[in-house]
Every structure is written in C-alpha cells, then in structure tokens.
Design a protein around this ligand. Structure first.
Ligand code: ZN
Length: 104
C-alpha cells in the first residue's frame, strides 16, 4: 500500500493547507508560506499549525448486491418471494464509514 502523508500544515494567512511525510518538511513549508509582508498577525497569534494525522477514514462493507436475488426470466413475479437488493441498482455494496488508527 502506498504510504500516506503523516502531517498536515495549515497556513492561516492564506487559508491553505498541505500534506507532508515529515514534520521537518511541514515546518519548512509553513515557514516559507507566510505570504504576508513581514510576519502576519495570524502567524503571530498561533493560528497556523502543524498537526499529526492519527486516523483516516475507511469503508467497512456491510452487504453486497451479489448476496441477493435478481428476478429473471425464470421468476414468476407473482410467486417469487426471494429477497431483492433493497438499495438502488447503481450501488454494488453498502457500508459504514469507520476510522483506522494510522499512528505508528
Ligand atoms: Zn425472482
């Protein structure tokens, strides 16, 4: 699996953020990013910051369309009581959003 950035730096003066693999890279970007002439009030006030990413979203699949019956030519629609996929046809699976801990 591709490694994902571990840090996010937020620069309050320009309202921008960027992702980084290392704290050092985030620090360098943040120090270079204050576009203000001099040191901005936001920087002075501590509004810009570096945060470590601790959790990321993941999908937990709870059910799949393939687990259900699809009416076909063999079905007598009056008689067939096999359960059909209860969600829109465009969805092949459903699930819940969970978070995984990505701290080392
Ligand atoms: Zn059927």
């Amino acid at each position: 699996m591709k490694t994902q950035p571990k840090f996010v730096a937020y620069e309050a003066t320009e309202n921008e953020y960027a992702l980084f693999d290392s704290h050092e890279a985030a620090t360098a970007w943040l120090l270079a990013s204050d576009g203000y002439d001099g040191i901005s009030e936001e920087t002075e006030n501590g509004d810009s910051y570096i945060a470590q990413i601790t959790h990321r979203t993941r999908l937990e699949v709870t059910d799949r369309k393939e687990n259900y019956h699809e009416h076909g030519d063999d079905c007598d629609l009056q008689e067939c009581d096999l359960q059909e996929w209860p969600y829109e046809d465009k969805f092949n699976y459903v699930g819940k959003v969970k978070f995984r801990d990505v701290r080392d």
